[in-house]
Design a protein around this ligand. Structure first.
Ligand SMILES: Cc1ncc(C[n+]2csc(CCOP(=O)(O)OP(=O)(O)O)c2C)c(N)n1
Length: 626
C-alpha cells in the first residue's frame, strides 16, 4: 500500500534518546506520585518504545478506530508507567492525566485496560498479551488482509509462561510476519534473576526452534534497535522476535541492574535524584506516523442466516446442533471459529467444512485458543471457540482477563458432565458451570435439545461479554418445534397443571430424565411441573418463583455437575431474596465418577429418572407450602 503525503518525518535517533529519557522521567514521576507501580520495568524498555513510536509505529492516536492502525500490546502490562508516558509523548494524554495514574476513577489503571481507547486488551496477567496478539495478527493476515503490524512488548521472566511459546508456535505455523515481538531481557524478574539471566543464546535457540526469526540486540543502542525494527519487516513468512538485552532501572545508577526494585515506586528524594540524572523534566512530542488508508477485506453484514431445523422426537446431540448452527451462522462474514483439535467431537468441524477460510485450528493449546479468539474480536470479528468443556479450565485465566478486556467472546464446551460415560472423569466437565458463572458479566447457557441449541447459538453471536454454551455428548429427543423462541434469561415450562405437587428444575441431559420422572409420577397420580432452565445466567427468577409458589414452596433441582456453583446454586441465589425462599432438594454429582455406561453413571450420581422420582415424590409428600 502506498504511503500518503501526510506522513510525518521519522524522528532522528538523537531526539529519540531524549524522548526515551523523558519517558523514564515521566514514568518515575507518575509512579512516585501514585506511591506504587513499576518504574524500573518501564525504564529498561524506554529506548525500545521510543524508537518504535518515533520511527516504525503507524498509528493515529486521534482515530484509534482506524482499521489500518498498527496494534501495540504491552504483554508486560505492569510496565504501565512506560505505556502512559509514551502516550503522553505521542500527544494522546496530557500531563495532568498522567499524574492521575492509579488513582480512583482514572483511566490510567495500575495495569492497562481498554478503558483507554488505544489499549486493545487488558494485560497484567503475564503471558497473555502475546497469544492475544497472535489473534490480532491472524485477522490482519487472513481476514482483513491489511498491512497493519502487531507489536508486542514482553518481559523476559514472562517468557517462562508456556502460553508465550504456544503463541510463537502458532504465529510461525500461520506465517505471521506481521507480528513483531519485543522481549525486554533485563535479566531480572520480580524476586531476583530469571531462569536464563542475560543468556541471549538460550532465547535465540528457543525462538528459532519455534520457527520464528530471532534478532538479538543491545536494547539501549538506538541504532541497533532501529535496525532490528527494519529487519523485522523483512522476515518473510515468519514472525520476528527482537531479543533486546537491557538493564532494569536503566538511567538511574543507584538502582540499575539491582535486585529488589521490582514493583517499587521511588521515594520522592530518590525520584528527584533519578530525574536529575536522567536530564530533568522535558516536554518532547513524537509525531507518530499515521497509517495509510485502507479497508478490511471483510465487512460485517447481516446476511440472512437460516438455522438448521429438526423433527420433534428425533434424537440429536446438542453438540451436533451447535456445529450445525455455527456452520449456518457462517453466512455472516464476520463469524469465525476456532478449535482446540477436537472439532470432530464438538462438531465445529461443520463450520470448517463450510467456511475453511474463517476456521482457525489452534491445536491442543487451549490458552492459545481462547487468546486468539480474544485477538480476533479486537478486530471486530465474532469468534466462537469450542473444545471439551473440561479443557476450558486450562484457559480460565484468559477467560477471566477477557472479561476485564470487555471482550465479546463465545465459548462452547462439549462433553459436559458424567453423561459422557465410558471416557471417565478426566474428560467430564463437572465444574464448568460454576467457573463460567463466576466470570464478570458472563452468559451461561445449557440447552437440552437441538432446536433450543440452534436458537441460542444464533443469539450468542450478537451477545456482548463472555457467553458460554454447555453441550452434551449423547443424542436425546428433540423437544421443541422449530418455531419456538428461547430468550436468554428465560426458561420453558414443559409440564404444568393446576394440581402440580412438585416442581423439577433441570437442564441438559437431566431435563430428559426429569420428563421421564414426571411421566412416571403422573401415572402414580402425582403431577409435577418440569422446567427447562436452559439459561443459567441470567436465570428466569419469575418462572422459578412461580413454580415454588405453585408447588408447595419446594423445588427439586437436578444437574449433571458438582453441587457447588452450578444450576442448583444459580437457582438458590436467584430465589434467596424472596420473602419465603423455597426449600431446594438438590440432586448433583457428589462423588468422584468413574467410567461406565451413561445410565450407570447417572444412576450412581443420583441424577437419573429413578432418583428424580424419589426426590419429587418426597417433595410432594412433605411440602405444605407456607
Ligand atoms: C501470570 C502472572 N504471574 C505472576 C505475576 C506477578 N508478576 C508481575 S511482574 C513479575 C515479574 C516480571 O518480570 P519480567 O517479565 O522479567 O518483567 P520486568 O518487570 O523485569 O521487565 C511477576 C512475577 C503476574 N503479574 N502474572
Amino acid at each position: 500500500m502506498a504511503a500518503t503525503g501526510q506522513v510525518a518525518a521519522a524522528a532522528d535517533l538523537e531526539t529519540l534518546h531524549e524522548v526515551a529519557q523523558q519517558i523514564r522521567v515521566d514514568g518515575i514521576r507518575a509512579s512516585t506520585r501514585a506511591g506504587s507501580g513499576h518504574p524500573t520495568s518501564s525504564m529498561s524498555a524506554a529506548d525500545l518504545m521510543a524508537v518504535l513510536a518515533g520511527r516504525h509505529l503507524r498509528y493515529d492516536f486521534q482515530h484509534p478506530e482506524l482499521p489500518t492502525n498498527d496494534h501495540l500490546i504491552f504483554s508486560k502490562g505492569h510496565a504501565s508507567p512506560l505505556l502512559y508516558a509514551l502516550y503522553k509523548a505521542c500527544g494522546a494524554i496530557s500531563e495532568e492525566e498522567l499524574m492521575t495514574y492509579r488513582t480512583y476513577g482514572s483511566r490510567l489503571q495500575g495495569h492497562p485496560t481498554p478503558v483507554l481507547p488505544w489499549v486493545d486488551v487488558a494485560t497484567g496477567s503475564l503471558g497473555q498479551g502475546l497469544p492475544i496478539a497472535v489473534g490480532v495478527a491472524l485477522a490482519g493476515r487472513y481476514l482483513d488482509r491489511l498491512p497493519y503490524r502487531v507489536w508486542v512488548l514482553c518481559g523476559d521472566s514472562e517468557m517462562a509462561e508456556g502460553s508465550c511459546w504456544e503463541a510463537l508456535d502458532k504465529a510461525s505455523h500461520y506465517g505471521l510476519d506481521n507480528l513483531c515481538v519485543i522481549v525486554d531481557v533485563n535479566r531480572l524478574g520480580q524476586r531476583g534473576e530469571t531462569e536464563f539471566g542475560w543468556d541471549m543464546e538460550v532465547y535465540r535457540r528457543r525462538v528459532e526452534a519455534f520457527g520464528c526469526r530471532a534478532l538479538v540486540i543491545d536494547g539501549h543502542n538506538l541504532e541497533e534497535v532501529d535496525g532490528a525494527y527494519v529487519d523485522a519487516r523483512e522476515t518473510l513468512g515468519r514472525p520476528a522476535v527482537i531479543l533486546a538485552r537491557t538493564i532494569k532501572g536503566k538511567g538511574f545508577s543507584e538502582i540499575e541492574d539491582k535486585n529488589g526494585w521490582h514493583g517499587t515506586a521511588l521515594k520522592p528524594d530518590m525520584a528527584e535524584r533519578a530525574i536529575a540524572e536522567l536530564g530533568g523534566i522535558r516536554d518532547l512530542h513524537i509525531e507518530v506516523r499515521p497509517p495509510a488508508p485502507g479497508a478490511p477485506a471483510i465487512q460485517p453484514d447481516h446476511a440472512p442466516v437460516s438455522l438448521p431445523t429438526y423433527n420433534p422426537g428425533d434424537k440429536v446431540a446438542t453438540r451436533r446442533a451447535f456445529g450445525d448452527a455455527l456452520a449456518a451462522l457462517g453466512a455472516r462474514p464476520d463469524v469465525v471459529a476456532l478449535d482446540g483439535e477436537v472439532s470432530n467431537s464438538t462438531y465445529s468441524d461443520a463450520f470448517d467444512k463450510a467456511h475453511p477460510e474463517r476456521f482457525f485450528q489452534m491445536w491442543i493449546a487451549e490458552q492459545a485458543l481462547v487468546a486468539a479468539a480474544v485477538g480476533l474480536q479486537v478486530r471486530g470479528y465474532v469468534p466462537f471457540a469450542a473444545t471439551f468443556a473440561a479443557f476450558f479450565s486450562r484457559a480460565y485465566d484468559f477467560i477471566r482477563m477477557a472479561a476485564i478486556s470487555q471482550a465479546d467472546l463465545r465459548l462452547c464446551g462439549s462433553h459436559a458432565g458424567s453423561e459422557i460415560g465410558a471416557d471417565g472423569p478426566s474428560q467430564m466437565a463437572l465444574e464448568d458451570l460454576a467457573a463460567m458463572r463466576a466470570i464478570q458479566g458472563s452468559t451461561v447457557l445449557y440447552p437440552s435439545d437441538a432446536v433450543s441449541t440452534a436458537k441460542l447459538v444464533a443469539q450468542m453471536a450478537d451477545r456482548s461479554g463472555i457467553s458460554y454454551m454447555r453441550t452434551t455428548r449423547g443424542a436425546y429427543p428433540v423437544l421443541y418445534d422449530n418455531g419456538t423462541e428461547f430468550a436468554i434469561g428465560g426458561a420453558k415450562v414443559l409440564r404444568r397443571g393446576d394440581g402440580d405437587r412438585a416442581a423439577i428444575v433441570a437442564a441438559g441431559v437431566t431435563l430428559h430424565n426429569a420428563l421421564e420422572a414426571a411421566d412416571r409420577l403422573a401415572a402414580e397420580g402425582i403431577n409435577c411441573r418440569v422446567i427447562d432452565c436452559y439459561s443459567i445466567k441470567p436465570i428466569s427468577v419469575d418462572v422459578l418463583a412461580e413454580a415454588a409458589r405453585d408447588c408447595g414452596n419446594t423445588l427439586v433441582v437436578v444437574e449433571d455437575h458438582y453441587p457447588e456453583g452450578g444450576l442448583g446454586a444459580a437457582v438458590m441465589e436467584a430465589l434467596a431474596g424472596q420473602e419465603h425462599p423455597p426449600r431446594i432438594l438438590h440432586l448433583a454429582v457428589r462423588d468422584l465418577p468413574g467410567s461406565g455406561k451413561t445410565s450407570d453413571l447417572l444412576a450412581a450420581a443420583g441424577i437419573d429418572a429413578d432418583a428424580i422420582v424419589n426426590a419429587a415424590r418426597h417433595a410432594a409428600t412433605t411440602s405444605g407450602g407456607h
